[in-house]
Design a protein around this ligand. Sequence first.
Ligand code: GUN
Ligand code: ZN
Length: 474
Amino acid sequence: MNSYTAIRGCFFDFIDDPWKQLGNDQAAARFERDGLLVIEEGIIRDFGPYADLAEKYSGVPLTHIRDRMILPGFIDGHIHFPQTRVLGAHGAQLLDWLQTSIFPEEEKYANRDYAEEAAEHFFHALLAGGTTTCQAFTTSSPVSTEVFFEAAARRQMRVIAGLTGIDKFAPPDTLISADDFYRESKRLIEQYHRCGRNLYAITPRFAVGCTDAMLSYAGQLKREHEDCWINTHISENPTEVRAARTEFPECSDYTAVHEKHGLLGAKFTAGHGIWLSNDEFRRFSQAGAALAFCPMSNLFLGSGLFRLGRALDPEHPVRLALGSDMGAGNAFSLIRVLDEAYKVGLCNNTMLDGSVNPLQQDLAEAERNKLNPFRAFYLATLGGARALYLDDLLGNFQLGKEADFVALDWTAGQQAISWRQSLTTKSGSPATIDEAAELLFGIMALGDDRSVAETWIAGQCAYRKETTSTSRDA
Ligand code: GUN
Ligand code: ZN
């Protein structure tokens, strides 16, 4: 046990999907009020009550994280590395926003120095938000993908990314030809896929920006490298959906564009999916494909309200990850994204509760829209891992998984949070799973980066909030 280390603290994770047991959501979660997590070279070797394990691991170096709730690291299923500097751009919806604010910035990432500077900001902001794994878009310049993977590897982070293919609908310097996309993607796959914790996603940006030739190469790459992921966007904005229908008249809907090229399947993720039909949800579900729910972006660009409760219809449950979609999302923090997700669910229910039109009442769907803290933090951890087919590697504190986790301070955030939380924890720390869940809801409603006291990657502390007052001893 020479190479072992241990963390003592209050742990909260998930072993199942709370939407599978609506009304008994806490059965999907685990709460260890005083627990011990034992780690060897970044892998979880033991986990359980401190009282049961302390003697067995008495010789192991111990870090005691007090007054924090320790959760598996957050998983961002959809984020844009080259938009780090332009998040929060004012005034436009998707297609105009891309042209005016995004493409000019992304062009700069062909310059290695610029991309490297950006990577420092990107990964620092991710860790400060408690995000330990992301699936990221880069740019059409291979340099940005190289820089991304190298920066992630230096931090030992589990990431998914890939050269971002777009061969129309953008200024010439933002484009890459379909042939170059194929050739460069292959080279990058050979160089980076499963190198350390890096994973490769074949990344056609979106159907409106891809010719048939580009999408066909994406399909070929997937056939030639079955182990790779696929990452794209779908049905985000009504004008975009119409454009996709015009560009691919032979396809009956947006999803059919991906089906035509053999892309829809396991390890495929598309961001947004706001305007997907019920039938498209069904085909996603059957194919084992995932959607990234990006509520902060969907609201910031005015794209629409994702039909969360419909996507999770037990007849055709779609695998869902949570995505910041930073820079269309105006924050890196998945805590803030959960706040937005909660509000989207409630807005959906204004129609579904029948108060506007009794004919539209669907109380079962309305129930699935309600993002209680169990469902919310499941989405940000194990749910995201399952959607991205990473749950064999991470997502909870199961033995053998990678030890990425975040220590949350439930009293940090808006000035008002501390007194609000004191209503739940009279004793100063959560005594039951329900108290813990209520504190987590307080964090998602009033918290942000300030809630993240520490972020750990592969068993090592990778970020500690400067002002944190964590007291620690062995
Ligand atoms: N669709 C194509 N590219 C993008 C992008 O960069 N952001 C978002 N939100 N949607 C897209
Ligand atoms: Zn996006």
